[in-house]
Write a protein that binds this ligand. Structure first.
Ligand SMILES: Cc1cc2nc3c(=O)[nH]c(=O)nc-3n(C[C@H](O)[C@H](O)[C@H](O)COP(=O)(O)OP(=O)(O)OC[C@H]3O[C@@H](n4cnc5c(N)ncnc54)[C@H](O)[C@@H]3O)c2cc1C
Length: 376
């Protein structure tokens, strides 16, 4: 009997998602999203009581990885079901759960997530988007940058802070801001990325929101935020591993056939070994991703935090290396549009930068894990 580290259900899910994602060739991202949702893939982590699959981040990251490996990743899965769905399922009011979870699960609605600010960047303690009370309403003012998919999303989950918490330690609060709310403006950023999902700069100018727009409790913001940020990191790892696997498989296929001397180029160790190393790095990153997802699903938010950071780091590095080596393996064809690998050079970098850069993860591991002093 062969011992497996993945259950039969997970292996079957992997195979089903892979064959579904490989059969999708239309390039219509929204239709692909909706079909995936109908099959239960988008809401696989959401509670069954609200139309989801009742699984966890383990299943959700498996779905995203296989889509990426098939060359059809859905970036918004990192945001809509993983961050927004999780935060609402864990902390939302009954009304928020009823309004959003079934729609996020069945693909009819999407939610974006905005935390990054132009003047805060990696230092989210410096975010200044501020919520002020006006009667029972909230007025939200601030700026966000690089927020993905705001045009596709029916609403954006915006991280702000309350007025009385403007200084001192971060006391975030999360608001659901519908796309067409007056005062909520978006401007598309001209990115060098060939993807269906666009990034936006957001301006919130006294955006009036009802009391019900605040997710959960005003004082539980930090807990809620981290409940969403760990799945985001684990899902970014899945995105990166999927992309790396996709690039690697194209390169391996090419190296097996392409012959310019007596043997296929894959017989040269200068070509074969870096591909083997890329494969090993992706497999190792996947193990760490599975550990992080397992800890998160088991309710260990602290343990999951460290593992999610490490998984995101390992996957980002493995993805960049795999893509680079894949492009190189194809020689000139690595840079043609026909083979589709050159565009991944930029895409792979995203996993190194977002949602938390490799340096910030190294900072985290230096301070939190190794107990070294802080330099900043
Ligand atoms: C394609 C894409 C999609 C994105 N989607 C979203 C989204 O949907 N929602 C959202 O809110 N955000 C999103 N982001 C933003 C992303 O999370 C940020 O770009 C990221 O957090 C880094 O912030 P920054 O760009 O301001 O870089 P900065 O914080 O300015 O950092 C610049 C560089 O300095 C380094 N650095 C900073 N501080 C330190 C330090 N103390 N020690 C060592 N090095 C340091 C960083 O590692 C980095 O290399 C997206 C970004 C991209 C590229």
């Amino acid at each position: 009997m062969t011992t497996v580290i993945e259950s039969q259900e997970h292996q079957a899910l992997r195979a089903a998602v892979s064959s579904f994602a490989r059969s999708h060739t239309t390039g219509d991202n929204r239709a692909f999203w909706q079909e995936a949702a109908k099959l239960g893939y988008i809401g696989v982590n959401l509670p069954e009581a609200y139309g989801g699959g009742g699984g966890g981040i383990t299943e959700l990251c498996l779905v995203l990885e296989e889509m990426g490996a098939a060359g059809n990743p859905l970036l918004m899965m990192i945001v809509s079901p993983a961050i927004c769905g999780t935060v609402i399922a864990r902390f939302g009011t009954g009304a928020q759960k009823r309004e959003w979870l079934p729609a996020l699960a069945d693909g009819s609605r999407l939610m974006a997530f905005g935390i990054t600010e132009p003047d805060a960047g990696s230092n989210s303690h410096r975010i200044t988007t501020t919520a002020r009370r006006d009667g029972t309403d909230w007025l939200l003012t601030g700026r966000k940058v690089f927020v993905s998919g705001v045009d596709m999303a029916d609403a954006t989950l915006v991280v702000g802070r309350t007025e009385d918490a403007r200084t001192g330690r971060l006391k975030p609060c999360l608001f659901i801001v519908p796309r067409d709310t007056p005062g909520f403006e978006r401007r598309q950023i001209d990115m060098e990325l060939d993807a269906a999902e666009k990034q936006f700069e957001l301006t919130l100018d006294d955006v009036r929101l009802p009391a019900e727009a605040l997710v959960g409790e005003e004082d539980a913001g930090l807990l809620q935020l981290f409940a969403g940020l760990n799945p985001e990191r684990i899902m970014t790892a899945a995105f990166a591993i999927g992309m790396g696997r996709h690039a690697l498989s194209r390169a391996v296929e090419y190296a097996r056939d392409r012959t310019v001397w007596k043997t296929p180029i894959g017989a040269h160790q200068a070509i074969a070994h870096p591909l083997a190393q890329a494969h090993i790095d992706l497999e190792l990153a996947r193990l760490m991703m599975q550990k992080a997802a397992h800890l998160y699903d088991a309710g260990d938010d602290i343990g999951a935090g460290e593992a999610a950071n490490m998984a995101k780091y390992a996957a980002g590095e493995a993805c960049v290396k795999a893509v680079d080596q894949a492009v190189h393996t194809l020689g000139g064809n690595g840079l043609t549009r026909e083979f589709g690998l050159a565009r991944l050079i930029t895409a792979a970098r995203v996993a190194r930068i977002a949602p938390v850069s490799r340096e910030m993860i190294l900072n985290y591991v230096s301070h939190q894990t190794l107990g070294l002093p802080k330099s900043y």
